[in-house]
Design a binder for this molecule. Structure first.
Ligand SMILES: Cc1cc2nc3c(=O)[nH]c(=O)nc-3n(C[C@H](O)[C@H](O)[C@H](O)COP(=O)(O)OP(=O)(O)OC[C@H]3O[C@@H](n4cnc5c(N)ncnc54)[C@H](O)[C@@H]3O)c2cc1C
Length: 372
């Protein structure tokens, strides 16, 4: 089973692939190495209309299906995981607005994405990572407004966002708010010095006396936990397919390498030990892809996809890390050096076992569901 695409979806995938071949491949590697934000690459992506990828047709977007978005994200990640993560986060941050926001918030969010701005999802805090019951950001009601105070860690797209979805405690419990970046009191910190996905923007974002209208609430007051769980379970599937781009690239690079590299008088490709490595890489990637597709189908049919999404995200993240590590091994000493693409893949892969809920937490979710 592969991603089912309409003719239109296949055309968009082909355009995105051409764009990535031309603009992303070289710039991304250089920007990663020199730790330079690839502004030009994102400007061109914006001109090319990549902001419309996650926008529904009725709001001026491309109206792509879930499998089409997934296929495109996987392809983008094949070229550069950080680049794909920026757009993956647009999906994560637009889900709460789409499902729980008022029409005006939805329109504002999608207009910003169409302009080429990004969305950010602000949940994690310094004391609250896996355990969101420890969140300390607060929103106090004053008349028809809420005043938000607090600080969020590791916000993807934090400095380039046009809007933020912010989770804050209110008297009624955890609540999600839609906050545009031009609201006074928002400050994005310095870019984190990351191991990988350096072409995605990650920073702390603080909210000091940030005033938003009552209508900025997504869903109802006190529904924040339910909304976070709902959005993350859908977004985890996209996190999974993004990880698959890294896994597939690691496999493809390895196959090319062993077809050329000779040792002991024969090609590495003819060596069974190497073939077994490739076989394991392929099987883990393909198994994870099937789980992602199955989870996408469940999500698309409006079924409960919590178990399927946790399984897909965990398997795909593990496959990415496994394949990238094996690719470095297959390349030998060259794989350990920057001149070859696989060391970056290994650095990029690791994050997929950490963010959008660590893989330990995904295993807990799966295990708890099984014994319930
Ligand atoms: C590059 C990057 C981008 C990110 N982007 C975003 C973003 O856009 N928005 C956002 O809100 N957050 C974001 N995050 C935060 C990310 O989701 C968290 O880092 C992640 O959820 C883990 O939280 P933590 O780092 O506090 O680790 P902790 O929760 O402190 O966990 C540390 C370790 O303990 C394990 N652990 C914790 N609890 C348990 C348990 N009960 N059982 C077993 N093991 C457990 C974890 O699995 C992990 O291995 C990002 C992080 C990074 C690094």
């Amino acid at each position: 089973m592969s991603y089912i695409l309409t003719e239109f979806g296949a055309d968009v995938l082909s355009d995105v692939t051409t764009f990535c071949e031309r603009e992303v491949l070289k710039q991304a590697a250089e920007a990663d190495r020199n730790r330079i934000w690839p502004e030009e690459m994102y400007e061109k992506a914006c001109e090319m209309g990549l902001g419309a990828l996650s926008v529904p047709e009725e709001y001026g977007g491309l109206g792509l299906t879930l499998p089409e978005r997934a296929a495109i994200l996987e392809k983008m990640a094949w070229f550069d995981a950080g680049f794909a993560v920026s757009y993956m986060t647009n999906i994560l941050s637009s889900i709460p607005v789409f499902y729980f926001g008022e029409h005006a918030n939805r329109k504002s969010c999608y207009d910003l994405l169409l302009e080429g701005r990004f969305g950010a999802f602000c949940l994690t805090e310094d004391q609250a990572g896996s355990d969101i019951s420890r969140l300390r950001t607060r929103a106090i009601r004053e008349g028809e407004e809420y005043v938000i105070n607090g600080s969020k860690m590791f916000v993807t797209n934090g400095r380039i966002a046009g809007y933020y979805v912010v989770f804050a405690e209110t008297d009624a419990g955890l609540t999600a708010f839609y906050v545009t970046a031009d609201t006074p009191g928002i400050e994005a910190g310095e870019e984190e010095n990351k191991l990988g996905i350096r072409n995605s923007d990650t920073c702390e974002v603080s909210f000091q006396d940030v005033r938003v209208p009552y209508t900025a609430i997504l869903g109802k007051e006190g529904e924040g936990r339910k909304i976070a769980v709902f959005c993350l379970q859908h977004a985890r599937i996209f996190c999974g397919v993004t990880a698959l781009g890294v896994a597939q690239r690691a496999l493809d690079e390895s196959i090319s390498r062993v077809r050329e590299r000779e040792q002991f008088g024969s090609l590495l490709a003819d060596n069974e030990v190497i073939q077994f490595k490739l076989a394991d890489m392929y099987m883990k990637t393909e198994a994870a892809r099937q789980c992602c597709i199955s989870a996408l189908n469940k999500a698309g049919a409006g079924e409960d996809c919590r178990l399927a999404a946790a399984t897909a995200k965990c398997l795909a993240g593990d496959a990415a890390e496994y394949c990238a590590s094996e690719a470095v091994q297959i390349f030998g000493g060259y794989g350990y050096c920057e001149d070859y693409p696989v060391e970056k893949l290994l650095r990029d892969a690791k994050i997929f076992q950490i963010f959008e809920g660590t893989n330990e937490i995904q295993r807990l979710t799966v295990g708890r569901t099984l014994v319930k």
